[in-house]
Design a protein. Structure first.
Length: 132
């Protein structure tokens, strides 16, 4: 009986100390950004940051495009194909499983490196899309 009480108390303590998925997402986004951003430019793309938006429950990735991709015309006509490839990559991303199970949104924003206020491509994926 004493062992059962100790186990129950320990379980309650562990449960009480756990953090929410939302808090974990916020911590992970901050840690990722501090460790990896800005990333080196690779394939004319640089990862600028990852932010968790609590209000919309969204993991929001920010990128900058360089070189030939830093041009509004470079993505013209490729948006649908690019969106579909990104959706497939998200569906297959095992590292995002916890956030997908929590039905968070995922948003990707690509800015011009020469005109940082200019968004060249943006897409948001909702659970209804990546859980199909």
């Amino acid at each position: 009986m004493k062992k059962l009480f100790v186990f129950a108390a320990a379980s309650a303590l562990l449960f009480a100390c756990s953090i929410s998925t939302e808090e974990y997402a916020k911590q992970q986004a901050k840690a990722f950004t501090e460790k990896n951003c800005p990333s080196p430019v690779k394939g004319d793309i640089r990862t600028d940051s990852l932010v968790y938006d609590e209000d919309t429950r969204t993991m929001h990735y920010y990128y900058s495009l360089f070189g030939m991709l830093d041009n509004p015309d470079s993505l013209a006509g490729r948006g649908d194909g690019m969106r579909e490839r990104m959706l497939q990559a998200l569906k297959n991303a095992g590292s995002m499983e916890m956030f997908k199970k929590a039905e968070m949104n995922f948003k990707y924003t690509y800015h011009s490196s020469s005109k940082p206020d200019t968004v060249l491509f943006e897409v948001t994926f909702r659970p209804s899309e990546y859980n199909k």
